[in-house]
Design a protein around this ligand. Structure first.
Ligand SMILES: C[S@@+](CC[C@H](N)C(=O)[O-])C[C@H]1O[C@@H](n2cnc3c(N)ncnc32)[C@H](O)[C@@H]1O
Length: 396
């Protein structure tokens, strides 16, 4: 018979069992007498039919177990092992987990190591070049604009907007780092409040924990990965992110979580950098800044120029160009100030940042001139700004 041979084939010829032989290693052969014969083939593998019954029962039991897990709200083990392949949003939309496109564990490790080592001020904010007096001076000038908004003094705004509620003011800070800003906020608030600080790096909280205990502040700490955080629905009067979003890969997911997490009148306060991915300063801004530096006396600049390299790896600025468009799809700005085309790079330069010392009259004149040029270039649309200071409410 031109059909496959296998050891489990049985045959009866004219009612009698016979061996099924293999021909050419492939076909089934059976010996018959000349004339009319009736050959009945049957395939009867080992364990038949008990294995069939067993396999169906196993499948049935697995199905029942899965239904019970779902009813109890237990996630399937695969989704616990890797936080999520697909991130569910608002119960209906799903989004791809973009961290899967990176060596994510390695990135997180580097991020923790980096921020565990940075210099910190006595107020637990970022120190080192970020504490340069020229950079503080720049922010004092920016404060004259931001200060016109009612949000600039956050404690006063929060006390006025939410202080009369029966519940404490609920504040969630994302990527809080050493928590200096949050401690300052807690100290400034007159109304009852609870501030939750989050960061991926547990170690970074240790000084803040001590300070909170010593000064009896209403701050709690949670280790959270913002790429997967689940913010409870409608529970926050203020969510604020200070220099954290430019480290985030699942940006759409996080922004949707923020939308959902805000209470009815809740606001999202964002202080962020939104320039070129991985490099931050746009090439034309860098050239413009260097042209200005080249016009200044060497005794001020010591012939130094900017030479900014893009970060080849890491999470620094990973999707920062997309922050603004994604933000504006979901939020309406109540107040938004975009500024700083290049001043960050001059003021936080390890040498230039010190040379433009505002305590020195001549250096301050040049520093003021640079800030004037920076402001004017942004205001007139000549250069794109890198810095964002805004307060937002969800569009819906
Ligand atoms: C530039 S620092 C800002 C810290 C603080 N908000 C401030 O302004 O001083 C960025 C912070 O984001 C945290 N971070 C980075 N990726 C994160 C993630 N996926 N989830 C939570 N925190 C993250 C870092 O550990 C770091 O503390």
């Amino acid at each position: 018979m031109t059909d496959w041979w296998a050891p489990s084939w049985k045959v009866r010829v004219n009612g009698k069992s016979q061996e099924v032989l293999a021909a050419d290693f492939v076909y089934r052969v059976v010996m018959v007498e000349p004339g009319g014969n009736l050959s009945q083939f049957r395939y009867w593998p080992w364990g038949w039919p008990y294995l069939l019954i067993l396999s169906w029962r196993t499948l049935l039991m697995l199905g029942v177990c899965q239904v019970v897990r779902v009813m109890r709200g237990v996630e399937p083990p695969s989704s616990r092992a890797h936080p999520t392949q697909l991130l569910s949003m608002k119960g209906r939309r799903v989004m791809e987990d973009l961290t899967k496109q990176y060596s994510y564990e390695k990135l997180i490790q580097e991020e923790k190591e980096h921020y565990s080592q940075i210099e910190v001020t006595d107020d637990l904010t970022e120190g080192g070049v970020h504490a340069n007096s020229s950079w503080s001076y720049y922010w004092q000038r920016i404060a004259t604009v931001i200060g016109q908004s009612e949000y600039a003094n956050l404690p006063v705004y929060l006390d006025r907007a939410f202080g009369s509620l029966e519940t404490p003011i609920r504040i969630l800070s994302l990527g809080s780092g050493y928590c200096g800003n949050e401690i300052g906020l807690a100290k400034g608030l007159a109304s009852r409040h609870i501030i939750t600080c989050t960061d991926i790096n547990e170690e970074i909280f240790s000084d803040a924990r001590k300070r909170v205990q010593q000064e009896n502040l209403s701050i709690e700490f949670r280790v959270e990965d913002l790429n997967f955080i689940k913010i409870p629905k409608g529970e926050c009067d203020l969510i604020f992110a200070h220099a954290a979003l430019h480290h985030i890969i699942n940006l759409e997911y996080l922004l949707d979580q923020i939308v959902d997490g805000l209470s009815d009148n809740g606001v999202f306060h964002l202080v962020e950098v939104t320039g070129m991915n991985r490099k931050l300063i746009w090439d034309e801004n860098e050239r413009f800044a260097n042209a200005l530096l080249s016009l200044m006396p060497d005794r001020i600049t010591r012939k130094l120029r900017l030479d900014v390299r893009a970060e080849a790896e890491g999470m620094e600025g990973v999707r920062q160009e997309e922050i603004l468009p994604l933000l504006h799809k979901r939020f309406r700005p109540i107040f938004e100030w975009r500024h700083g085309a290049f001043m960050r790079f001059i003021c936080t330069h390890p040498d230039l940042g010190r040379y433009f010392d505002p305590a020195d009259n001549e250096a301050r004149r040049y520093l003021d001139f640079l800030i004037d040029c920076d402001e004017s270039s942004v205001r007139r649309g000549v250069l794109k700004p890198l810095e964002l200071w805004g307060v937002y409410q969800p569009l819906h």
